[in-house]
Design a protein around this ligand. Sequence first.
Ligand code: SAM
Length: 497
Amino acid sequence: MAKRLGLSFDDSKLDELANVLRQRVSATSSSDVDGYLCLLGTSMQELREVIGHLTIPETYFFRIPDHFRAFQEVVLPEIVRSRSSVRQLRILSAGCASGEEPYTIAMLVRGRTDLAGWRITIKGIDVNPAVIAKGNAGRYSPWSLREIEPRFKEQYFRPVGRDFQLHDSIREMVSLEEGNLMDSHASFWESDAYDVIFFRNAFMYLSPEAGRSVIARMAKSLAANGYLFMGPAETLRGVSQEFRLCHTHETFYYQLRTDSADTLGTISASRMPKPEIPPSINETSLPNTGREWSDSIRQATERIRILSRVPEAPPVLGAAKQKPADTRRPHVDLTLAMSLLQEERFEQALAVLKELPPADQVSHDVQLLRAILLTNHGDLVDARQACSLVLKADELNAGAYYVMALCSEHEGDTQTAVENDQTAIYLDPSFAMPHLHLGLSAKRSGTFDLAVQELGSALLLLPREDATRILLFGGGFSRNALLEMCRRELKGCRGQL
Ligand SMILES: C[S@@+](CC[C@H](N)C(=O)[O-])C[C@H]1O[C@@H](n2cnc3c(N)ncnc32)[C@H](O)[C@@H]1O
C-alpha cells in the first residue's frame, strides 16, 4: 500500500494505520488483515476507498501567500518574457487536494493583462477521488476561504447557504483529475509539459525513495528554467541537484537548472560576532579544556564529511541526523586542520589545507573548512569564493549559506546576512547556529520578539547539535558556552518585551 501510494508510515503513525486497517477489515467483511491486504492488492475500488483514510487533504485558498507573491512578481513576469513566442502557460498542482491551490492560481492568472490571449492550462492531480469530486463541485466552506482577500471572494464566489460556490469562469480554467504521482506512466508526466509545478505539503508524506522518484519525474516534465514550489517544511536538499534554490518574498522555491542558469542564486555572506563571554564561561568551557573538543577533533576526519555530503533521506522538520552517503572518493584527512581551527591558528590550518593534493583541495568538505578558516581570519573575499565552490557543487549546502551569512554580517550587510541565515535554516531546520546568529542580529536591531523566537530555537537545538558542527561553526565557543550565551541573551530580550 505504501509502495503504491509512495506514503511513508513512521512509528508514530503505526497506531493510526492499525486503526484504519481494523476499520477496513470490518467494512469489507474480510476474514482478517491478511485477507484484507489480499483484497487491497487486487481491488482498485478498495484502494480508492482507503486512500482517504491515509492521506491528509488539508488545504485552503491562498495558502502560503508569500509563494503566490513570488509567483506573481517573479515567476510569471519571467515566463511572460521567455515564452512570449509560444504564448503558452502550463501549470501543474500535484497533490492538489480539493482544488483550492489550482483555483487560487487561476484567480491570479486571470487578472493579468500581460497574459491576455495566452493559452493557459492549469491541471490539478490528486490520488484521493473524494477530494477531486469536491474540487470539481467547486463548493467550499468559509474555513477554506479563511485567508482569501475580500476582493477575490466577492469577485469569484457566490454564497450558497453557509458555503460559497466558485464561479464557472475560474472552474473552467482548471482541470482536476484523479491520479497517482507514483505512477511513472501516467499521462501527466509528459516531458516538457509544465512551466510551473506546485507540489506543496504532499512531499513530506512520501517515503524518501518515493519523494526522489516523484521529483525526478517533475524535473523531466518541467520546461527549461521551469519553477517548482514546495511546502515550507519541504526541501530538495539530499533529494535532487537538478534545481537551483530561489529566495525572494521571504520564501523559497526552486528553478530547474540549465547550463546557463545562475547557480548561486541569492547568495550573500561574516564572522560570528563574539559577544562578551562572562569570565566564568571562559574559564570552564573554552575549547582547549573540554573533553568534547578533543573527542570531536579525533572523529573529525569522518564527521566533517557528513556535513558536506548530500544526505540520504529528504530532511523534514525534526528529522533524524543524516547518515554518510558520499562514497565517491577516498577520505581527506582533516584532523590536523580541524585541531588548528580549534586552537584558532587559522593561518596554519589554511597552510595545511594548501598542502593537500590538488584533487582533495577542490572537494567540498575541504572548501567548506577553508571558507570557515578564511572567515575567521577576516579574508572575506576568499571565504565567499570558497563558499561559491561548495555551493556550485552542492547548492543546497546549509553550512556554506551560514558561512555566507557570517561574511555578510562582518561586512555590515545585515539584510543579506539574515537572508543567508534563513536559507541555511530552510535547508536544515536542525542547524542551531543560524538561529543563534539571527537571534543575536534581531536583538541588536531591537526586534525582541523575533530575537526570543530565534534564540529559543537555538537553545532547543544546541544540545542535540553535532559536535563537529559546533567546532566548525561555533566561532570558537563550546556547546556549553553557546548555551550559556543563548540563555543570557534571551534573558536580556525578555526584559525588553
Ligand atoms: C496536505 S494536501 C496538500 C494540498 C495542497 N497542495 C496544499 O498545499 O494546500 C496533500 C495531498 O496530497 C495528496 N497525495 C498524497 N500522496 C499522493 C500521491 N501518491 N499521488 C497524488 N496525490 C497524493 C493527498 O491525497 C492530499 O490531498
